[in-house]
Design a protein around this ligand. Structure first.
Ligand SMILES: *Cc1c(COP(=O)(O)O)cnc(C)c1O
Length: 448
């Protein structure tokens, strides 16, 4: 098969295909197939856009029936039956059972569109401009969201026009904690503290691209207090950590938070179709009609599959998610036991991974895993964290199979000085909290 068109005329910006250059043909659940019939277990899930796996039958059928009935596809923000069903489902299956009172806005279809809308709204509500964002944050690639993103590689081409962010250390960043939040509030309230009045604080409760850093429940609650003390809106960017990735539908449920604004995208449509959703407390809905417009705010096919995905939460199909989270924590803990200070576990729920003391090991393991038929990627400032993001509803055997292959990939890359037990044990009593606190010594990074 001649794939030279990709290398000849597709831009150098292409990325994931460099790890897995095969021509992909089809996918079902957690399995991706290429045109030659090779199969890969998907531990990437389109970066969290496929939490329910590829082509889930209920979601696919809903989309096919909608198209077959000549349902409206591009709907701007007209009232469509597809959107009505989604809004009602979100209210009845997600918001009401959690006692949450939010209004819904459908911005443009990608995550970064949602972050732009959230920040614009917070600036309008407060009449202020500064936004607090954290070290290693990832909020998207358009200019407003990029200003809040930490990665220098992502920022560099645009850095001259990235304004308005106040950078603060994330929980645990080089020992940072509640003291840093207290200092932020003091500086912002000090008339000569040098911080312009803050419109919003934007946070990922678990940093997806930034290295699977988990903010503790206490720190998140303190952050909420800090936002209140500053008169700023708390925005939770749940684009990657939401839709069940950390174990609950919203990632902030574990801390008992009710953010002012919530950004969702990636898996909100379920099938991997573009769609984003902004939740705001009713008192913050200060938009005028058409003030934040966009052509593709009415991807009706995504509303249809999104509604079908909400049904999965109601019908118990995702009951296995906490158990799968245990399997991942047991496995990462076992790797830490085997390899001592070479690596340590990171993350929470179904977004866990392994940080390697020698950063380049993570990429080497990802490559070795692809050779063994598992698609897996890296994250973190030095791409030093191997990130495990299988579909939430992956079959237990496929999950174990994938982990076994990744364990072999690690064994290939890290010459084993530690004794190697043939198969990792599973620990049903393992704490459902990967977190930064789990087994494994602190790593001293050899970073210049
Ligand atoms: C992926 C992601 C975004 C950006 O979403 P896009 O659809 O790629 O624009 C924003 N925030 C977080 C936390 C993400 O993981």
């Amino acid at each position: 098969m001649d794939l030279s068109a990709f290398t000849d005329i597709e831009s150098e910006v292409r990325y994931y295909c460099r790890r897995l250059p095969n021509l992909l043909a089809s996918a079902k659940g957690a399995i991706i197939r290429d045109v030659d019939g090779n199969e890969f277990i998907d531990f990437l899930s389109a970066c969290g856009a496929l939490n329910y796996g590829h082509n889930h039958p209920a979601l696919k059928m809903a989309a096919m029936e909608y198209l077959a009935s000549d349902g409206i596809v591009a709907g701007l923000d007209f009232h469509t039956s597809a959107k009505l069903a989604f809004i009602e489902g979100f209210r009845d299956f997600i918001l009401r059972p959690r006692g949450l009172d939010y209004k819904l806005q459908f911005p443009g279809p990608t995550g970064t569109n949602c972050v732009e809308a959230a920040v614009k709204l917070a600036r309008k509500v407060t009449g202020r401009s500064s936004v607090v964002a954290f070290t290693n944050a990832f909020h998207g690639m358009s200019a407003g969201a990029l200003a809040l993103t930490g990665s220098r590689k992502a920022r560099q081409a645009t850095s001259a026009v990235l304004h308005g962010a106040v950078r603060v250390p994330f929980d645990g960043y080089k020992g940072a904690g509640s003291g840093d939040l207290e200092r932020l509030v003091a500086m912002a309230n000090d008339p000569s503290g040098g911080i312009d009045p803050i419109a919003a604080i934007i946070i990922e409760t678990v940093q997806g691209e930034g290295g699977l850093n988990v903010a503790s429940d206490d720190w998140l609650r303190m952050l909420h207090q800090a936002a209140k003390a500053l008169g700023a809106l708390l925005i939770v960017d749940d684009i990657q950590a939401g839709c069940g990735r950390t174990g609950t539908f919203f990632s902030f449920e574990r801390a008992g938070l009710v953010p002012d604004v919530v950004c969702m995208a990636k898996s909100i449509s379920g099938l991997g179709l573009p769609m984003s959703l902004l939740l705001m407390k009713p008192e913050h809905d200060v938009w005028e009609a058409g003030e934040h417009n966009g052509t593709f705010r009415g991807n009706s096919l995504a509303f249809v599959t999104g509604k079908a995905a909400l049904e999965l939460w109601r019908n118990g199909e995702l009951a296995e998610v906490p158990r799968h989270g245990h399997v991942l924590s047991s496995w990462t803990a076992e790797m830490a036991r085997r390899y001592g200070e070479s690596l340590r576990p990171k993350g929470l729920g179904m977004m866990q991974g392994i940080e390697f003391a020698a950063p380049h090991f993570a990429g080497a393991v990802a490559e070795a895993a692809v050779r063994r038929g598992v698609v897996v990627e890296c994250c973190g400032p030095h791409d030093e964290v191997l990130k495990l993001m299988p579909p939430l509803n992956i079959g237990s055997e496929t999950l174990e199979d994938g982990l076994g292959r990744i364990a072999e990939a690690i064994r290939e890359v890290i010459p084993s000085s530690v004794s190697f037990s043939k198969r990792y044990e599973s620990h049903p009593d393992a704490h459902y909290h990967g977190g930064n606190a789990v087994v494994g010594p602190e790593l001293a990074h050899a970073v210049a």
